[in-house]
Design a protein around this ligand. Structure first.
Ligand SMILES: Cc1cc2nc3c(=O)[nH]c(=O)nc-3n(C[C@H](O)[C@H](O)[C@H](O)COP(=O)(O)O)c2cc1C
Length: 169
């Protein structure tokens, strides 16, 4: 059983886990992919609770994000799925089916075309309300040098948190 939660209830646990990795799940048409993320911002944007994620233009996930209206993020709050975080953070969905490889159980989300990983305790369902490639002319020079030496810039996706829920203990 899952319980809906408000942004102020879960933001501490979310930030703690994000550091270690969470699973971004996106589906476009018949293609579904899972990718490990650790970049993200939680807050209020345009008076809506939002979770903003960063996906580099080189990722297979980026292709699916560009064709999608929604995405989900599943968090393994108990520190489980370390191996799966490594697999989904190093292998590309262009080459393997990560759902099969990690034996994930997909569960349908509430938003159209969304799925969550039932092995995780906590899930966000987000609707994309704004997106933009990093503008290198406005970026701190050290970050540009250290993070984007290969010019593989991130796209920022602002996701309105439409639903956030945690498994009851
Ligand atoms: C802990 C961890 C965190 C990561 N965070 C991000 C991230 O926030 N954004 C990103 O674009 N890539 C991130 N990556 C890299 C992608 O997960 C990785 O390149 C993945 O293989 C891309 O998969 P895809 O080609 O199926 O999209 C992270 C990797 C790890 C291991």
């Amino acid at each position: 059983m899952y319980r809906e939660m408000s942004i102020t209830e879960f933001s501490g646990d979310l930030l703690n886990q994000l550091n270690k990795g969470a699973f971004l799940i996106v589906k476009s048409k018949e293609k579904l992919n899972v990718m490990t993320i650790s970049c993200g911002s939680i807050g209020f944007t345009w008076m809506k609770p939002t979770f903003t994620i960063m996906v580099r233009g080189s990722r297979y996930t980026y292709e699916l994000m560009e064709e999608s209206e929604n995405y989900t993020v599943s968090f393994p709050f108990s520190g489980q799925l370390k191996n799966e975080l490594a697999v989904c953070g190093t292998m590309s969905g262009r080459n393997i089916d990560k759902i099969k490889e990690c034996r994930f159980s997909l569960k349908e989300g509430n938003l159209a075309n969304t799925f969550i990983l039932d092995e995780c305790e906590f899930h966000l369902e987000c609707k994309i309300i704004y997106k933009h490639f990093i503008d290198k002319t406005k970026l701190d020079s050290k970050i540009k040098e250290n993070i984007y030496a290969n010019e593989d810039y991130h796209v920022l996706y602002f996701g309105e948190i439409v639903s956030a829920y945690r498994k009851d203990d």
